[in-house]
Design a protein around this ligand. Structure first.
Ligand code: BGC
Length: 377
């Protein structure tokens, strides 16, 4: 995954605007000087490596979307193929459970940790414990903040995910609204404790805010800030209830022309709310290539999703583990992320916007999604 693009992504959780910066052409080859944290050595120290058959701990959040289900299946398979033992755990009851699961993985002798945090800001003491034990930490999909003890990040460029969502909402409005601007839209975001959620929203607003400012877009609810748009825990029911209230309060005599939804799970809940209110479903964005949403895109109900193949993200993480085990310098990163405390060598993967226009092309070879996309599922 070592592609030519250089990226630098800054923390999304603490600032107000414009935090996701891309510095293409940056001369320093980020990540190449990052080395493994071998047994007993400090962060950035020369790698000690670890043996075939070592335990790799994978700690994931609640299954708030299909991609986490896919990760549950793929991590054991891919780590096994690479010659490692694995333990994959989900913290279904929240942050405290994830903290104790990570501590337990350390105690059990994991040689590397792959962590998709629920709340990336609350793992500082567990990561300090990992560092003290010489265990490298790979932040998976979501950035771990508030800690210097994160060695790598593997993620689909979250700023680009948001920009693609914003662009597709505009495209959808132009193609489907059936009338000239202004268009009435409503905005939804993910969970405030997930660092990705703010970056997704800010990426989308980079595209949408100028259109709000010039009057092309109206937001009848007036709810335009991240705090107002956020959905705690990525909970679809919470988003659905908020949409119910927005429709009741603002749309008795107005048309809803489009919706920014941060992912497919929430998109489907919003579609339910709009349908229950007896209104036509307008262009609706999404994310994750959920099979159920691919069907809705095929049927013209949901407008778009963002494809972030879990297989690529798992493979990229396992590649780092393999290099760490071999005691090599990790060479598969292609940029850096600033988590507010340290710069994390990062493997940025490319997200793809999917609409009915490229559905078959994007999922053609996927054994689950392909048949849905081509109408045989
Ligand atoms: C992931 C998304 C996912 C969301 C909810 C985010 O951090 O990047 O793909 O939809 O979490 O699970």
């Amino acid at each position: 995954m070592n592609i030519a693009r250089r990226k630098f992504l800054t923390l999304g959780a603490v600032g107000a605007v414009g935090l996701a910066l891309s510095v293409s052409g940056c001369s320093q080859r980020a990540g190449t000087d990052a080395t493994a944290t071998g047994s007993g050595s400090g962060a950035g120290a020369a790698a000690g490596g670890f043996a075939a058959g070592s335990l790799i701990g994978v700690s994931l959040p609640q299954k708030t979307s299909q991609n986490w289900e896919d990760a549950q299946r793929l991590f054991p398979e891919k780590l096994k193929a690479a010659g490692f033992e694995s333990q994959v755990q989900f913290a279904n009851s929240g942050v405290a459970e994830q903290q104790s699961q990570i501590s337990a993985l350390i105690t059990r002798g994991a040689k590397a940790l792959i962590i998709g945090p629920i709340d990336g800001s609350q793992l500082g003491s567990q990561l300090a414990q990992a560092k003290a034990a010489g265990i490298p930490v790979i932040s998976y999909d979501r950035m771990i903040t508030n800690s210097a003890d994160v060695n790598y990040l593997v993620t689909f460029q979250p700023d680009k995910v948001g920009e693609l969502q914003g662009q597709s909402l505009l495209q959808g409005l132009e193609a489907k609204a059936g009338h000239p601007a202004p268009y009435n839209v409503e905005l939804f975001a993910g969970s405030p404790d997930d660092n990705n959620a703010r970056i997704f929203f800010e990426g989308a607003m980079k595209v949408l805010q100028p259109k709000i400012d010039d009057g092309t877009l109206k937001v009848p609810s007036g709810q335009v800030s991240f705090q107002q748009a956020a959905t705690q825990g990525w909970d679809p029911k919470t988003a659905q209830n908020r949409m119910d209230s927005i429709l009741t309060a603002n749309y008795s005599g107005a048309t809803l022309d489009g919706v920014l939804s941060p992912n497919d799970t929430i998109a489907r809940a919003l579609i339910t709310s709009i349908t229950n209110a007896g209104k036509p479903v307008p262009p609706m964005t999404g994310q994750d290539s959920d099979p159920e949403s691919i069907k809705l895109i095929k049927d013209g109900v949901q407008y778009s999703t963002i494809d972030k193949p879990t297989l690529s993200q798992v493979d990229a993480s396992v590649e780092i583990v393999k290099q760490l085990a071999a005691g090599q310098k990790v060479s598969v990163t292609n940029g850096e992320s600033d988590n507010g405390v340290t710069k994390i060598p990062t493997d940025f993967l490319d997200p793809t916007l999917v609409t009915s226009a490229n559905l078959a092309e994007v999922y053609g070879k996927d054994p689950v999604r392909g048949p849905i996309a081509t109408g045989q599922g």
